[in-house]
Design a protein around this ligand. Sequence first.
Ligand code: NAG
Ligand code: NAG
Ligand code: NAG
Ligand code: NAG
Ligand code: NAG
Ligand code: NAG
Ligand code: NAG
Ligand code: NAG
Ligand code: ZN
Length: 499
Amino acid sequence: MPPMAILKSIAALAACGVASANAAALEPRQYKTQVTSKALIDTLQIENLFAKAEILQEIAYSTPGKNRVIGSLGHEKTVAYIRSQIDTDYYDVSLQGVELSVGINATLTANNKTIEAYTTTLAPAGTAAGPLVAIPNLGCEEADFAESLEGKVALIQRGTCSFGIKVQLAAAKKASAVIAYNNAEGTLEGYSLQVFPDPAKPFVPTVGVTQGQGEALLAQLESGVAINVALTSEANLTTTYNVIAETKQGDHENVIHVSGHSDSVTAGPGINDNGSGTVSLLELAVQLTNFTVVNAVRFSWWTAEEAGLLGAEYYVKQLSQAEKHKIRLLLDFDMMASPNFAYQIYDGDGSAFNLTGPTGSAEAEHEFAAYFDGIGLNHTEIEFDGRSDYGPFLEAGIAAGGIAGGAEGIKTQEEFEMFGGGAGVPYDVNYHENGDTVNNLNLDAWIEFSRAIAHMTAKYAVSWEGIPSRNSTVSQKRSENYGVMKRAFQRTKRYQAWV
Ligand SMILES: *[C@@H]1O[C@H](CO)[C@@H](O)[C@H](O)[C@H]1NC(C)=O
Ligand SMILES: *[C@@H]1O[C@H](CO)[C@@H](O)[C@H](O)[C@H]1NC(C)=O
Ligand SMILES: *[C@@H]1O[C@H](CO)[C@@H](O)[C@H](O)[C@H]1NC(C)=O
Ligand SMILES: *[C@@H]1O[C@H](CO)[C@@H](O)[C@H](O)[C@H]1NC(C)=O
Ligand SMILES: *[C@@H]1O[C@H](CO)[C@@H](O)[C@H](O)[C@H]1NC(C)=O
Ligand SMILES: *[C@@H]1O[C@H](CO)[C@@H](O)[C@H](O)[C@H]1NC(C)=O
Ligand SMILES: *[C@@H]1O[C@H](CO)[C@@H](O)[C@H](O)[C@H]1NC(C)=O
Ligand SMILES: CC(=O)N[C@H]1CO[C@H](CO)[C@@H](O)[C@@H]1O
Ligand SMILES: [Zn+2]
């Protein structure tokens, strides 16, 4: 927790409200000096970061859902806010629309008995009625779908692969709908199919129920009771936006791309996850306007990270090979203010977790490490598993790196000795909960993380020294390796816990 004094000055700042934070700050300046790591770091003030986090929280709390999930007013306002902050002569700003189906309301009955059900993000709207069929195993393989499901509804458990794959396989067998049931406690509110919609492999309406409800239905089916279900899933096709801003100055053939995501989960305002990353980037983008750069700097705020990295995936998919080549390094930031943080650097060289990123990723990791060493802070490594928006970039063979404070993982005794906080408890107890608010940020960690981002941004905005030059042969090979590693990773317990 931050000292009380900081909190008070922050409260005073916040009282000035949204408008004062933006406005005149972005007038083009006549006299600019070339950016340096130190100069950019020196522009960062925790009060300014915190004020922006409060704005995101106010945005969330001013809307009916009290969150910033895609398709909500809270997310729409977040995107507008980001845009307003960077709308200046210094950047070319674009909004990239991504069209997704977002659920509104679901209903379900089984043999005329109502069961509480939730919509699934990305699944289409629709109604269906018919006999329920339990899919064996986890429905990740074609072999799990032996017979035609025409006119039937498939009951499938969560786990091992993305739900989108299960629904595509069920739809291929002509199932009219799918009921997803949890493999852990809790409802499936806000759950997503996590696979980018593909017209060649359409989805069908999908509603989610709890593990208990799913297992009860399964037990009845197994004891020979026929179950007729009727379900409705209301959803809206919504266009949600990636915000992309690139400096007008600088070498556009050798871009440093710095990114975070703009959406939250359904449960709360999402201020550490990942509002903190959103804000660190926004503050940097605003402060950078006082400097000149040699290499173009591109900032992105991805949409729909929480629904399966969809904004970033869409972005990477539509890039030509030539455009991919222009991105020398992608740095991605999420959860920069975890209350029980560790300074975790993505293991780009594979030294800790044996998942190596494309050429350049190792060097990015080493630069982060050198930065933390230089200021006498301990650091550790985190698996380069593609679990956030950098994933689609890795698959495209683009060098990537980043740092994180930690999510639901448990801090070890060793990490406790390195970073303080509490051993044996999660890095962020509020991860994906309604307690993820401005009151639960670790401000000391947040400013350090933000400074590290400023260091990397400034360094590569001036020179690519230390990052190997592009080599499409090598990138291609690395990207194939990454595919192999990713498939191996997908068979691990850790992956299965979050699909
Ligand atoms: C969802 O649909 C049910 C049944 O039509 C209705 O009673 C309920 O009010 C709806 N909820 C919302 C949030 O629209
Ligand atoms: C469900 O209700 C409908 C209409 O009320 C009825 O015709 C049908 O027999 C009922 N089905 C079962 C399984 O109870
Ligand atoms: C669904 O979309 C329609 C048309 O765009 C809009 O008027 C309506 O408010 C949306 N509903 C919800 C719940 O977002
Ligand atoms: C840029 O520099 C000027 C002059 O030092 C300062 O007033 C301003 O706050 C700085 N920041 C931005 C974002 O313009
Ligand atoms: C590292 O990964 C590679 C490729 O997946 C595998 O062949 C190798 O055995 C792994 N090494 C260790 C030490 O796990
Ligand atoms: C770094 O970690 C060591 C334990 O490994 C600890 O003794 C030291 O105090 C830590 N340094 C800082 C700056 O937290
Ligand atoms: C790319 O790397 C491969 C393998 O290391 C090497 O043979 C090739 O000459 C390199 N190409 C360029 C353009 O540097
Ligand atoms: C680095 C990190 O922890 N990022 C998290 C941001 O939020 C998404 C969705 O909640 C998580 O999957 C990421 O792990
Ligand atoms: Zn490493």
